[in-house]
Design a protein around this ligand. Structure first.
Ligand SMILES: [Fe+2]
Length: 391
């Protein structure tokens, strides 16, 4: 998705004989996206990657499918606030510790509060995963290498790539998660015709961390859990699934620290597109990071009241002084449906005049298809939020 990488032992051409240092034949795995038209990665395994010994519907691993709250269709259109910070830290692994908040056919948004390492490898056949680490850190261990992540990192995991999270003990973890059912990509306007990130893009290739390949690794784990249509299936192997000795390609996991995003400021307020970080079919993910604000003498830095009539909007408040909204705190998730006008809290518009910078840190997602609120999100809802706009 960024550019081609190569690691470990690979032959001179695709699909030819490859051997390890002892002369044993290696087994190629072609991991292809969009049929055979998209980015791809070729891996070289010591064992046949498709030969498993057992399979079964999983009764131990997985999380609840996102389903609409039963009372949603009877409720009026409202501005919503979900207090995700009320979700307790758990002692469960990431593959189990997810709470769905909103969803549509293009995306599922969940919150994770994991407290243990994944005891199996996981491959998400339902989409690309994008995490935002509000608190915590650890290792994303994948068949293509390791990524050490920390607070305020985005973690990207391509669809169906085998991986697990290895977490330190006694560390609070609090992650926002987007399951992107089609494909995550860098917005096209940030690319040159050959795919390089443009010099005027809000990030460059150096801002991304790529996996560190550690070669063959046997952690004693033999099970891969695959998810497809929210059904979790376990596959057992006779060998470690992390038996890759080399790979090359453009489908691999990476990190992007949100504070590496280079924000823009204008003479007057710029629309959210300028904060666009990742895109997907049906929406965009934006990063709002600390920055100077608009520099016209009479600029109003607070966002103007607006109604983006085609987009539902989710905002995850990470850190900072959220001047435009009272009652919001770190970990708040606001949801503003398309067409329902929203903007600064009463008084915030005037109060922002003359401000020269903001220290807000937030992740926003706009979708074109309507988002549905889950039963679990209803349990976290601030019922007074909508009325707070109309004192
Ligand atoms: Fe908005």
């Amino acid at each position: 998705m960024l550019d081609r990488m190569a690691a470990g032992r690979i032959p001179a051409k695709h699909h030819i004989v490859a051997r390890d240092e002892d002369g044993a034949l290696l087994h190629e795995e072609a991991h292809t996206r969009n049929g055979f038209d998209g980015p791809y990665t070729l891996m070289y395994h010591r064992h046949e990657p498709h030969r498993h010994t057992a399979w079964r519907l999983s009764e131990r691993y997985g999380w609840s499918r996102a389903e609409r709250a039963p009372d949603e269709t009877e409720r009026p259109l409202l501005r919503r606030h979900f207090k995700s910070f009320e979700l307790p830290q758990t002692d469960r692994a990431p593959i189990e510790a997810r709470t769905p908040i909103v969803f549509n056919n293009d995306i599922v948004v969940t919150i994770l509060r994991p407290g243990a390492s994944d005891p199996v490898y996981f491959a998400n056949g339902d989409g690309d995963d994008l995490y935002f680490v509000q608190k915590g850190g650890g290792t994303l261990r994948s068949v293509l290498g390791d990524l050490e992540f920390t607070e305020k990192d985005y973690i990207y995991v391509p669809r169906a790539l085998k991986h697990r999270f290895v977490l330190p003990e006694d560390t609070e973890q609090y992650w926002l998660h987007f399951e992107i059912r089609n494909e995550l990509f860098v917005p096209k306007q940030w690319r040159t015709p050959v795919g390089q990130l443009r010099m005027d893009a809000p990030y460059c290739h150096r801002d991304f961390t790529r996996p560190t390949f550690r070669g063959y690794l046997d952690e004693g784990l033999r099970t891969v859990v695959m998810k497809r249509e929210d059904r979790f299936t376990e596959f057992d192997f006779a060998h470690t699934p992390l038996d890759v000795v080399g790979w090359d390609g453009a489908a691999y996991p990476f990190l992007f620290p949100i504070l590496n995003f280079q924000p823009r400021a204008g003479l007057v307020h710029l629309p959210p597109d300028w904060h666009g970080t990742f895109a997907f079919k049906g929406g965009i993910v934006c990063s709002f990071v600390p920055r100077v604000v608009d520099f016209h003498e009479e600029a109003i830095p607070c966002p103007y009241p607006h109604e983006a009539v085609h987009c539902d909007e989710i905002l995850f408040y990470s850190e900072g002084n959220f001047v435009s909204r009272r009652g919001i705190s770190s970990g708040s998730v606001s949801f503003h449906p398309a067409g329902v006008m929203h903007g600064p809290h009463p008084g915030a518009y005037e109060a922002s005049i003359g401000h020269r910078r903001t220290d807000e840190l937030a992740v926003m997602m706009d979708t074109f298809a309507p988002l549905h609120v889950t039963r679990q999100a209803r349990e976290l809802e601030d019922e007074d939020y909508h009325a707070s706009w109309c004192p």
